[in-house]
Design a protein around this ligand. Structure first.
Ligand SMILES: NC(=O)c1ccc[n+]([C@@H]2O[C@H](COP(=O)([O-])OP(=O)(O)OC[C@H]3O[C@@H](n4cnc5c(N)ncnc54)[C@H](OP(=O)(O)O)[C@@H]3O)[C@@H](O)[C@H]2O)c1
Length: 243
């Protein structure tokens, strides 16, 4: 199957930013969307917006730090639409700080959401993809893992762990599953909201030339729309002005 029309796509972190933009774009192009995040009111409103525009969407409150929530999201896709074509593991947080600050709880939260959240998605979807004989993992990582800068080491570490696991998954996947990592540069979203002021200053500077989340959504759509035998492994999409 090629193209986007008729594919069933589950997206974590779908309540804002890149996940929301991806849901809207893929729905517009005929995908059936299964939305996951922790804020139900936002998911409900987004699903209603998609349906009002003639699309098809459903949602489930999903905390990616809970393995059973990912299993529930995948089950919802199959119960409602009969299959799952794509899992976009996009939920992520960037609680960046200097290592000297010893914000160990923030490190743990990033590991739980950014790394273990993706692993729980793999655990939920891989057996289903194997049974179906098709499936596509799309994991949102970051250019923070390509050019390492101060304050971002733990965040970048979680993203590069996902990059490494994705490559291992690709190698184990065989000829019927696809694995894509997308590395966005600076994107204008709510991403910096929970950062402390020093970290936010670094990010605010990057936001001056940041991309719209639609740019990342288009990159994800590009990977999904390729014919079955074409595996787009790695996409980097960043502002032209980003160093
Ligand atoms: N913005 C950038 O410059 C940038 C650059 C590179 C990579 N990224 C990556 O892009 C992805 C999306 O971020 P964004 O920029 O779109 O920021 P965002 O607007 O803050 O979106 C983050 C999403 O993740 C969800 N989320 C957070 N914790 C979660 C959890 N425990 N369980 C389920 N969902 C959770 C949030 O929803 P709820 O709060 O409703 O759960 C939200 O939908 C992240 O993986 C981020 O690391 C962003």
């Amino acid at each position: 199957m090629s193209g986007i029309e008729g594919k069933v796509v589950a997206i974590t972190g779908a309540s804002s930013g890149i996940g929301e933009a991806t849901a809207l774009l893929l729905a517009e192009r005929g995908a059936k969307i299964v939305l996951g995040a922790r804020r139900p009111e936002r998911l409900e409103a987004l699903a209603a917006r998609i349906e009002k525009a003639g699309g098809d969407a459903t949602w489930a409150r999903t905390d990616v730090t809970r393995r059973e929530d990912l299993a529930g999201l995948v089950k919802l896709a199959r119960d409602r639409y009969g299959k799952l074509d794509v899992l976009v593991s996009n939920a992520g947080i960037g609680l960046i700080s200097r290592l000297d600050d010893l914000r160990v709880e923030d490190w743990e939260e990033m590991i739980d959401v950014n790394l273990k959240g993706v692993l729980y998605g793999i655990a939920a979807a891989l057996p289903v993809f194997r049974e179906q004989g098709f499936g596509h993992f799309v994991n949102t990582v970051s250019t923070a893992g390509l050019r390492i800068v101060p304050l971002q080491s733990v965040y970048a570490g979680t993203k590069n762990a996902v990059r490494t696991i994705s490559e291992g998954l690709r190698q184990e996947a065989g000829d019927s599953l696809r694995v894509t990592v997308v590395s966005p540069g600076a994107v204008r979203t709510d991403f910096a909201e929970r950062m402390d002021p020093a970290a936010k200053a670094q990010i605010d500077k990057m936001m001056e030339t940041a991309l719209s989340p639609d740019a990342v959504a288009r990159a994800i759509a590009f990977a999904i729309e390729q014919p079955d035998g074409v595996d787009v492994g790695d996409i980097v999409v960043r502002p032209t002005a980003q160093g």
